[in-house]
Ligand binder design. Structure first.
Ligand code: FAD
Length: 272
Protein backbone atom coordinates (compact mmCIF):
# COMPACT_ATOMS: atom_id res chain seq x y z
CA UNK A 1 0.00 0.00 0.00
CA UNK A 2 1.33 3.47 -0.88
CA UNK A 3 2.49 5.60 2.10
CA UNK A 4 -0.18 8.29 1.51
CA UNK A 5 -3.11 5.83 1.54
CA UNK A 6 -1.66 4.02 4.57
CA UNK A 7 -1.41 7.33 6.47
CA UNK A 8 -5.00 8.15 5.52
CA UNK A 9 -6.17 4.74 6.76
CA UNK A 10 -4.35 5.13 10.10
CA UNK A 11 -5.71 8.69 10.50
CA UNK A 12 -9.30 7.54 9.84
CA UNK A 13 -8.91 4.65 12.28
CA UNK A 14 -7.67 6.89 15.08
CA UNK A 15 -10.31 9.55 14.36
CA UNK A 16 -13.07 6.93 14.65
CA UNK A 17 -11.53 5.34 17.76
CA UNK A 18 -11.01 8.62 19.58
CA UNK A 19 -14.61 9.58 18.98
CA UNK A 20 -15.84 6.21 20.13
CA UNK A 21 -13.68 5.74 23.23
CA UNK A 22 -15.51 6.31 26.47
CA UNK A 23 -12.78 8.19 28.25
CA UNK A 24 -14.59 8.34 31.58
CA UNK A 25 -15.30 4.63 32.05
CA UNK A 26 -13.54 1.29 31.98
CA UNK A 27 -14.76 -0.97 29.18
CA UNK A 28 -17.87 -3.03 29.79
CA UNK A 29 -17.65 -6.75 29.12
CA UNK A 30 -21.27 -7.27 28.08
CA UNK A 31 -21.04 -5.50 24.74
CA UNK A 32 -18.24 -7.82 23.65
CA UNK A 33 -20.68 -10.76 23.60
CA UNK A 34 -22.15 -10.01 20.15
CA UNK A 35 -19.44 -10.44 17.51
CA UNK A 36 -19.58 -7.76 14.80
CA UNK A 37 -19.67 -8.76 11.13
CA UNK A 38 -20.25 -7.21 7.73
CA UNK A 39 -23.75 -7.44 6.32
CA UNK A 40 -26.17 -5.90 3.86
CA UNK A 41 -29.52 -4.44 4.81
CA UNK A 42 -32.38 -3.10 2.73
CA UNK A 43 -34.20 0.13 3.51
CA UNK A 44 -37.79 -0.59 4.51
CA UNK A 45 -38.85 2.93 5.52
CA UNK A 46 -37.58 6.50 5.56
CA UNK A 47 -39.31 9.16 7.66
CA UNK A 48 -38.48 12.85 8.03
CA UNK A 49 -38.36 13.46 11.82
CA UNK A 50 -37.48 17.17 11.66
CA UNK A 51 -36.26 19.59 8.96
CA UNK A 52 -32.71 18.18 9.34
CA UNK A 53 -33.16 14.68 10.77
CA UNK A 54 -34.33 11.49 9.06
CA UNK A 55 -35.18 8.10 10.50
CA UNK A 56 -34.35 5.09 8.33
CA UNK A 57 -35.42 1.52 9.05
CA UNK A 58 -33.21 -1.29 7.77
CA UNK A 59 -33.77 -5.03 7.43
CA UNK A 60 -30.61 -7.19 7.26
CA UNK A 61 -30.78 -9.48 4.21
CA UNK A 62 -27.81 -11.79 4.85
CA UNK A 63 -27.70 -11.64 8.67
CA UNK A 64 -31.11 -12.87 9.86
CA UNK A 65 -29.86 -13.26 13.46
CA UNK A 66 -28.61 -9.68 13.66
CA UNK A 67 -28.93 -8.39 17.21
CA UNK A 68 -27.19 -5.84 19.42
CA UNK A 69 -27.06 -4.31 22.91
CA UNK A 70 -29.14 -1.16 23.40
CA UNK A 71 -26.71 1.77 22.97
CA UNK A 72 -24.46 0.17 20.36
CA UNK A 73 -23.77 1.51 16.87
CA UNK A 74 -23.18 0.23 13.34
CA UNK A 75 -20.74 1.43 10.67
CA UNK A 76 -22.64 2.39 7.51
CA UNK A 77 -20.67 2.33 4.29
CA UNK A 78 -21.72 4.32 1.23
CA UNK A 79 -19.80 4.59 -2.05
CA UNK A 80 -19.43 8.05 -3.64
CA UNK A 81 -19.53 8.84 -7.39
CA UNK A 82 -15.83 7.97 -7.67
CA UNK A 83 -16.46 4.55 -6.09
CA UNK A 84 -14.71 5.40 -2.77
CA UNK A 85 -16.34 3.80 0.27
CA UNK A 86 -17.25 6.29 3.03
CA UNK A 87 -17.84 4.75 6.45
CA UNK A 88 -19.60 6.52 9.31
CA UNK A 89 -20.81 5.36 12.72
CA UNK A 90 -24.53 5.59 13.55
CA UNK A 91 -26.08 4.61 16.88
CA UNK A 92 -29.02 2.24 16.66
CA UNK A 93 -32.10 4.13 17.80
CA UNK A 94 -34.50 1.18 17.98
CA UNK A 95 -34.54 -1.32 20.88
CA UNK A 96 -33.00 -4.81 20.56
CA UNK A 97 -36.38 -6.58 20.79
CA UNK A 98 -37.21 -5.17 17.32
CA UNK A 99 -34.10 -6.83 15.81
CA UNK A 100 -33.17 -8.01 13.23
CA UNK A 101 -34.80 -4.79 11.90
CA UNK A 102 -33.14 -1.66 13.23
CA UNK A 103 -33.59 2.10 12.91
CA UNK A 104 -31.08 4.91 12.58
CA UNK A 105 -31.74 8.56 13.35
CA UNK A 106 -29.50 10.60 11.07
CA UNK A 107 -28.83 14.33 11.10
CA UNK A 108 -28.41 15.38 7.47
CA UNK A 109 -25.30 17.55 6.98
CA UNK A 110 -25.37 19.37 3.62
CA UNK A 111 -22.28 18.13 1.76
CA UNK A 112 -21.79 15.28 4.25
CA UNK A 113 -20.42 12.23 2.41
CA UNK A 114 -22.77 9.80 4.16
CA UNK A 115 -25.48 11.74 6.00
CA UNK A 116 -25.92 14.05 3.01
CA UNK A 117 -26.40 11.14 0.59
CA UNK A 118 -28.09 8.28 2.45
CA UNK A 119 -31.50 9.92 1.99
CA UNK A 120 -31.26 9.43 -1.76
CA UNK A 121 -31.02 5.62 -1.50
CA UNK A 122 -34.55 4.47 -2.37
CA UNK A 123 -36.74 2.28 -0.17
CA UNK A 124 -35.77 -1.30 -1.12
CA UNK A 125 -32.17 -0.23 -1.84
CA UNK A 126 -29.28 -2.16 -0.24
CA UNK A 127 -26.73 -0.61 2.12
CA UNK A 128 -23.47 -2.10 3.53
CA UNK A 129 -22.97 -2.30 7.28
CA UNK A 130 -20.45 -3.58 9.78
CA UNK A 131 -21.37 -4.11 13.42
CA UNK A 132 -22.65 -3.98 16.03
CA UNK A 133 -19.91 -2.09 17.88
CA UNK A 134 -19.56 -0.07 21.06
CA UNK A 135 -19.40 -0.23 24.81
CA UNK A 136 -21.90 2.49 25.57
CA UNK A 137 -24.45 0.05 26.98
CA UNK A 138 -26.45 -0.28 30.19
CA UNK A 139 -24.34 -1.29 33.17
CA UNK A 140 -26.03 -3.91 35.32
CA UNK A 141 -27.12 -4.27 38.05
CA UNK A 142 -29.02 -1.03 37.53
CA UNK A 143 -29.08 1.66 40.18
CA UNK A 144 -32.32 2.76 41.81
CA UNK A 145 -32.57 5.48 39.17
CA UNK A 146 -31.21 5.46 35.61
CA UNK A 147 -30.95 8.89 34.02
CA UNK A 148 -30.36 9.83 30.40
CA UNK A 149 -29.15 13.19 29.11
CA UNK A 150 -29.55 13.78 25.36
CA UNK A 151 -28.49 16.64 23.12
CA UNK A 152 -30.16 16.63 19.67
CA UNK A 153 -29.62 13.36 17.77
CA UNK A 154 -27.80 12.10 20.88
CA UNK A 155 -31.27 10.78 21.74
CA UNK A 156 -30.66 7.83 19.33
CA UNK A 157 -28.79 5.34 21.58
CA UNK A 158 -30.63 6.64 24.66
CA UNK A 159 -34.03 6.00 23.07
CA UNK A 160 -32.92 2.41 22.38
CA UNK A 161 -31.86 1.98 26.03
CA UNK A 162 -35.05 3.52 27.44
CA UNK A 163 -37.33 1.44 25.19
CA UNK A 164 -35.30 -1.64 26.11
CA UNK A 165 -35.62 -0.98 29.86
CA UNK A 166 -39.35 -0.29 29.65
CA UNK A 167 -39.93 -3.37 27.47
CA UNK A 168 -38.49 -5.57 30.21
CA UNK A 169 -40.67 -3.84 32.85
CA UNK A 170 -37.65 -2.82 34.86
CA UNK A 171 -38.23 -1.49 38.38
CA UNK A 172 -35.61 1.25 38.06
CA UNK A 173 -36.86 4.85 37.90
CA UNK A 174 -35.99 6.35 34.53
CA UNK A 175 -35.56 10.06 33.75
CA UNK A 176 -34.75 11.54 30.36
CA UNK A 177 -33.36 15.08 30.15
CA UNK A 178 -33.57 16.14 26.50
CA UNK A 179 -32.14 19.39 25.14
CA UNK A 180 -32.81 20.70 21.62
CA UNK A 181 -32.99 24.03 19.81
CA UNK A 182 -36.52 24.41 18.47
CA UNK A 183 -39.79 22.60 19.26
CA UNK A 184 -39.57 20.73 15.93
CA UNK A 185 -36.21 19.26 17.07
CA UNK A 186 -38.04 17.27 19.78
CA UNK A 187 -37.27 13.90 18.15
CA UNK A 188 -39.52 10.94 19.06
CA UNK A 189 -41.80 13.36 20.96
CA UNK A 190 -44.92 11.25 20.47
CA UNK A 191 -43.19 7.94 21.27
CA UNK A 192 -41.53 9.35 24.38
CA UNK A 193 -44.73 10.89 25.69
CA UNK A 194 -46.68 7.68 25.03
CA UNK A 195 -44.04 5.70 26.96
CA UNK A 196 -44.21 8.20 29.85
CA UNK A 197 -48.03 7.91 29.92
CA UNK A 198 -47.82 4.13 30.00
CA UNK A 199 -44.97 3.71 32.53
CA UNK A 200 -45.19 5.60 35.82
CA UNK A 201 -41.45 5.04 36.45
CA UNK A 202 -40.49 7.03 33.31
CA UNK A 203 -40.32 10.85 33.26
CA UNK A 204 -39.30 13.13 30.38
CA UNK A 205 -37.86 16.63 30.99
CA UNK A 206 -37.24 18.78 27.92
CA UNK A 207 -35.51 22.10 27.44
CA UNK A 208 -35.47 24.44 24.44
CA UNK A 209 -32.18 26.24 23.82
CA UNK A 210 -33.46 28.57 21.07
CA UNK A 211 -33.36 32.23 22.05
CA UNK A 212 -36.62 32.98 20.26
CA UNK A 213 -38.60 35.03 22.75
CA UNK A 214 -41.95 33.33 22.40
CA UNK A 215 -42.64 29.74 21.40
CA UNK A 216 -46.43 29.28 21.32
CA UNK A 217 -47.66 26.06 22.88
CA UNK A 218 -44.30 25.08 24.42
CA UNK A 219 -44.76 23.54 27.90
CA UNK A 220 -41.20 22.31 28.59
CA UNK A 221 -38.32 24.31 30.06
CA UNK A 222 -36.20 26.94 28.32
CA UNK A 223 -32.43 27.36 28.59
CA UNK A 224 -29.35 25.24 29.01
CA UNK A 225 -29.33 21.60 30.07
CA UNK A 226 -27.28 22.46 33.19
CA UNK A 227 -30.09 24.58 34.63
CA UNK A 228 -32.60 21.78 34.05
CA UNK A 229 -30.36 19.14 35.68
CA UNK A 230 -29.68 21.41 38.68
CA UNK A 231 -33.38 22.11 39.14
CA UNK A 232 -34.72 18.54 38.83
CA UNK A 233 -32.06 16.29 40.42
CA UNK A 234 -32.63 16.53 44.16
CA UNK A 235 -30.14 13.93 45.38
CA UNK A 236 -27.06 12.29 43.83
CA UNK A 237 -27.63 8.92 45.56
CA UNK A 238 -28.21 5.57 43.76
CA UNK A 239 -28.15 7.05 40.27
CA UNK A 240 -26.29 6.33 37.07
CA UNK A 241 -26.33 8.66 34.08
CA UNK A 242 -25.87 8.06 30.36
CA UNK A 243 -25.08 11.14 28.25
CA UNK A 244 -24.96 11.41 24.47
CA UNK A 245 -24.45 14.44 22.22
CA UNK A 246 -21.75 16.81 21.00
CA UNK A 247 -18.57 17.36 23.07
CA UNK A 248 -19.52 20.75 24.58
CA UNK A 249 -22.91 19.37 25.61
CA UNK A 250 -21.34 16.31 27.27
CA UNK A 251 -18.70 18.37 29.08
CA UNK A 252 -21.27 20.85 30.41
CA UNK A 253 -23.71 18.10 31.51
CA UNK A 254 -20.98 16.06 33.13
CA UNK A 255 -19.60 19.03 35.03
CA UNK A 256 -23.07 19.82 36.40
CA UNK A 257 -23.73 16.20 37.40
CA UNK A 258 -20.41 16.03 39.26
CA UNK A 259 -21.29 19.34 40.95
CA UNK A 260 -24.61 17.79 42.04
CA UNK A 261 -22.55 15.00 43.61
CA UNK A 262 -22.95 12.11 41.17
CA UNK A 263 -19.68 10.10 41.20
CA UNK A 264 -17.86 10.20 37.84
CA UNK A 265 -17.77 6.40 37.70
CA UNK A 266 -21.58 6.49 37.51
CA UNK A 267 -21.49 8.75 34.43
CA UNK A 268 -21.23 7.07 31.02
CA UNK A 269 -20.82 9.03 27.79
CA UNK A 270 -20.95 8.66 24.02
CA UNK A 271 -19.68 11.62 22.02
CA UNK A 272 -19.89 12.50 18.35
C1 FAD B 1 -20.22 6.25 17.91
C2 FAD B 1 -20.86 7.27 17.01
C3 FAD B 1 -22.23 7.24 16.83
C4 FAD B 1 -22.84 8.18 15.99
N1 FAD B 1 -24.19 8.14 15.86
C5 FAD B 1 -24.81 9.06 15.09
C6 FAD B 1 -26.25 9.06 14.99
O1 FAD B 1 -26.95 8.22 15.57
N2 FAD B 1 -26.82 10.02 14.22
C7 FAD B 1 -26.06 10.97 13.57
O2 FAD B 1 -26.65 11.83 12.87
N3 FAD B 1 -24.70 10.98 13.65
C8 FAD B 1 -24.07 10.06 14.37
N4 FAD B 1 -22.70 10.05 14.45
C9 FAD B 1 -21.93 11.00 13.59
C10 FAD B 1 -21.69 10.36 12.19
O3 FAD B 1 -20.84 9.23 12.34
C11 FAD B 1 -21.02 11.30 11.18
O4 FAD B 1 -19.86 11.84 11.76
C12 FAD B 1 -21.92 12.43 10.72
O5 FAD B 1 -23.10 11.91 10.16
C13 FAD B 1 -21.21 13.28 9.63
O6 FAD B 1 -20.84 12.45 8.56
P1 FAD B 1 -21.04 12.92 7.05
O7 FAD B 1 -20.59 11.82 6.16
O8 FAD B 1 -22.38 13.41 6.86
O9 FAD B 1 -20.14 14.19 6.97
P2 FAD B 1 -18.62 14.29 6.47
O10 FAD B 1 -18.53 14.07 5.02
O11 FAD B 1 -17.77 13.43 7.36
O12 FAD B 1 -18.37 15.80 6.79
C14 FAD B 1 -18.14 16.24 8.13
C15 FAD B 1 -18.69 17.64 8.27
O13 FAD B 1 -18.20 18.51 7.26
C16 FAD B 1 -19.28 19.15 6.60
N5 FAD B 1 -19.01 19.17 5.15
C17 FAD B 1 -18.82 18.10 4.37
N6 FAD B 1 -18.64 18.49 3.10
C18 FAD B 1 -18.67 19.85 3.12
C19 FAD B 1 -18.53 20.85 2.13
N7 FAD B 1 -18.29 20.54 0.85
N8 FAD B 1 -18.64 22.13 2.52
C20 FAD B 1 -18.86 22.47 3.78
N9 FAD B 1 -19.02 21.58 4.77
C21 FAD B 1 -18.92 20.29 4.43
C22 FAD B 1 -20.49 18.36 6.82
O14 FAD B 1 -21.62 19.21 6.91
C23 FAD B 1 -20.19 17.72 8.14
O15 FAD B 1 -20.64 18.54 9.18
C24 FAD B 1 -22.06 9.14 15.29
C25 FAD B 1 -20.67 9.15 15.47
C26 FAD B 1 -20.08 8.25 16.31
C27 FAD B 1 -18.59 8.29 16.50
Amino acid sequence: MRRASWCRLVKTFYRDCSMITNKYKPLSKIAMSIPPRKFKASITALVQLSPTVISITFKPVDFPDFTFEAGQFVMLSLPDEAGNENKRAFSIASPPHEAPEFRLCIKVHQGGKVSGRIGSVPVGGLVDFHGPFGKFVLHKPLDKETMFVAGGTGIAPLYSMIADLLHTNTQTDIALFFSFREPYDYLYAKNLEQLADKHSNFKVYTTLTSRTASVPGWCGSRGRICELLMRIIKSPRDKSVYICGPKEFIDASRETLVQIGIPSEKIFVEQW
